[in-house]
Write a protein that binds this ligand. Structure first.
Ligand code: IPM
Ligand code: SF4
Length: 464
C-alpha cells in the first residue's frame, strides 16, 4: 500500500518504537517565542538538561512585545522580563535569537517560513498551537506543551503517538473574493471544531495546488481550530520557488539534493486516508464568523443564524454566542456596524495579505468611527511592504501602520479591543475575550477586513 505525505515524514523521523503505539521522533527544528521560550530553556538548564542541539533551535519575541510605532522592549513593561530571559538563555548556548529590531524578528510562524527554517519533509515543533502553519511548506509541524518543550530542548526528540490521517480536498477554482482564509473557515464551518481531533490533515485538490505558498500557510494555520494538531500541503514547484534563496534554505548542490528528496514526499496515488472530505469550490464564498468559535461562520451574504433552526446539541452555545456578540438572529450580517479592524497575526500578516488589503484600501478612506490597524508579521515584511509603498496606502486611508508582533490577535501585549466593541480581525480565534475582555470578534480575510474598515460595517468584498 502507498504512503501518505504524513507517513513518509513520520517514518523517516522515527528513532525507535516505544510500543503501545508510541514512538520516539527526531525533531529537526524547535522554535521558541517569548511567552514560553526563556522559561522552558531556563527550566531545562536548571534540571540539568541543557539544549543538546542548540543549532536546531531558533527564537524570536512576538506575543508580549508592543507593536506601537517606534516601540522598544520597554514600551510594554510586562514583556521585558520575558525578552530578557530569552536573551540570557539563548546567548548562553549559542541559540539564534531574532531579537527585537533585528531583521528576522516577527511572529514565530511568520519568521520560520520567511527565513527558510521551515523546510519540506522536516519535523518542526514550537510551544504554540498554531505551529501547524508551517505545514503549508510540507513540514510535519505541531504545537507542543511546556513539558514536551523541555524534553525537546534536552534531547531534540519527542515521544508521540501516530495520529489518524484525514484528507481535505478542495476542488475547482476560487470564486471572486475568495481566499485561503475563506477556504479553511468554510471547512471548519462544515466539519466543526472537533472534527480533526486525533487526525493529521493533508490539504489537497486542484484549488490547493493553485494556491501560492503564503496562502498555503494561512490554510494550515487554522488546522488547530478544527482540532487537529498538524495540517500540511504536499511540496511542489510553488514551494521550491518560495524557498529558493531564503537565508536558511540549503544552497547549491545541497539545494538540488534537497529538492530531489522533496519530490518523493507527496502522498502516493494509492495511499489511504482514514477520513476523506471534498469541498467543491463553487460553494465557497467570502466568509465571516458571527459567533465565538471559528465554526460559527457563514458566507458574508447570509443571515445571522437562528439557534432554533440549528442542531439541537449546539442550540445553547449558539444562543450564548449571539448574546455575547450582540447580534440578532435572522438579520443579514452584512451592514453590522464595526468599531475596530485588525489586519495581522500569523494567519494573515504576510506580504501577500497586506497587498490584498491594500488593493481594497487604495484611494479610499476608512470610516470615521473605525480604528484600523495593520500589523505586519515580521520586520522583513514591514520593510518589503514599505518599499512598495503599502504603508502609505494604509496611512493615507487613516489606518495605523505598526511594528511586527502578535498584537491584537491575543492581546497579550496589552493591545486590546475595548469591551463591547466590535472588531473584524484577520486572526484565527474569535473566542470570548480573545481580543480583550468583552471584545466582539469577527474573523475574515484581509480583503474582507479592509472592506469593513472602509464601510464602517461588515461588508461583502465583492461589492466594494
Ligand atoms: C501563547 C500561545 C501558547 C498560544 C497558542 O498556543 O496558540 C497563542 O499563540 C494563541 O494563539 O493562543
Ligand atoms: S499571532 Fe495570534 S495565533 Fe499567532 S502565535 Fe501570535 S497569538 Fe498565537
Amino acid at each position: 500500500m502507498g504512503k501518505t505525505l504524513f507517513d513518509k515524514i513520520w517514518d523517516s523521523h522515527v528513532i525507535t518504537d516505544l510500543g503501545n503505539g508510541f514512538v520516539l521522533l527526531h525533531i529537526d527544528r524547535l522554535l521558541l517565542h517569548d511567552m514560553s521560550g526563556g522559561k522552558s530553556l531556563k527550566e531545562a538548564i536548571e534540571k540539568g538538561y541543557p539544549p543538546s542541539q542548540p543549532r536546531l533551535i531558533y527564537g524570536t519575541p512576538d506575543h508580549t512585545m508592543s507593536t506601537k510605532p517606534g516601540r522598544t522592549e520597554h514600551t510594554h513593561p510586562p514583556g521585558l522580563p520575558l525578552i530578557k530571559s530569552m536573551r540570557e538563555t539563548t546567548s548562553a548556548y549559542g541559540i539564534k535569537l531574532f531579537d527585537l529590531g533585528q531583521d528576522g524578528q516577527g511572529i514565530v510562524h511568520v519568521m520560520g517560513p520567511e527565513q527558510g527554517l521551515t523546510l519540506p519533509g522536516t519535523t518542526l515543533v514550537c510551544g504554540d498551537s498554531h505551529t501547524s502553519t508551517h505545514g503549508g511548506l510540507g513540514a510535519l509541524a505541531f504545537g507542543i506543551g511546556s513539558s514536551e518543550l523541555v524534553h525537546v530542548i534536552a534531547t531534540q526528540t519527542m515521544v508521540q503517538r501516530k495520529p489518524k490521517r484525514m484528507r481535505a480536498s478542495f476542488e475547482g477554482k476560487l470564486l471572486p473574493g475568495v481566499t485561503a482564509k475563506d477556504m479553511i473557515l468554510h471547512l471548519i464551518g462544515e466539519l466543526g471544531t472537533a472534527a480533526g481531533t486525533g487526525f493529521s490533515v493533508e490539504y489537497a485538490g486542484s484549488a490547493v495546488r493553485a494556491l501560492p505558498a503564503e496562502a498555503r500557510l494561512t490554510l494550515c494555520n487554522l488546522t488547530i481550530e478544527m482540532g487537529a494538531r498538524t495540517g500540511m500541503v504536499a511540496p511542489d514547484d510553488t514551494t521550491y520557488e518560495y524557498l529558493n534563496g531564503r537565508d536558511y534554505a540549503p544552497k547549491g548542490a545541497m539545494w538540488d539534493r534537497a529538492v530531489a528528496h522533496w519530490r518523493t514526499l507527496p502522498s502516493d496515488p494509492d495511499a489511504e486516508f482514514d477520513r476523506e472530505h471534498t469541498i467543491d469550490m463553487k460553494n465557497v464564498a467570502p466568509q465571516i464568523t458571527w459567533g465565538t468559535s471559528p465554526e460559527h461562520v457563514i458566507a458574508v451574504d447570509r443571515a445571522i443564524p437562528d439557534p432554533g433552526t440549528g442542531p439541537e446539541e449546539k442550540r445553547g452555545a449558539w444562543e450564548a454566542a449571539l448574546k455575547y456578540q450582540g447580534l440578532e438572529p435572522g438579520k443579514p450580517i452584512e451592514g453590522t456596524k464595526v468599531d475596530w479592524v485588525f489586519i495581522g497575526s500569523c494567519t494573515n500578516s504576510r506580504l501577500s495579505d497586506l497587498r490584498a488589503a491594500a488593493e481594497i484600501v487604495k484611494g479610499r478612506h476608512k470610516a470615521e468611527h473605525v480604528t484600523a490597524w495593520v500589523v505586519p508579521g515580521s520586520v522583513r515584511i514591514k520593510s518589503e511592504a514599505e518599499a512598495e509603498g503599502l504603508d502609505r496606502v494604509f496611512t493615507e486611508a487613516g489606518f495605523e501602520w505598526r511594528e511586527p508582533g502578535c498584537s491584537m490577535c491575543l492581546a497579550s501585549n496589552g493591545e486590546r479591543v475595548p469591551p463591547g466593541q466590535r472588531s473584524v480581525s484577520t486572526s484565527n480565534r474569535n473566542f470570548v475575550g480573545r481580543q480583550g475582555p468583552g471584545a466582539r470578534t469577527h474573523l475574515a480575510s484581509p480583503a474582507m477586513a479592509a472592506a469593513a474598515a472602509i464601510k464602517g460595517a461588515i461588508a461583502d468584498v465583492r461589492k466594494i
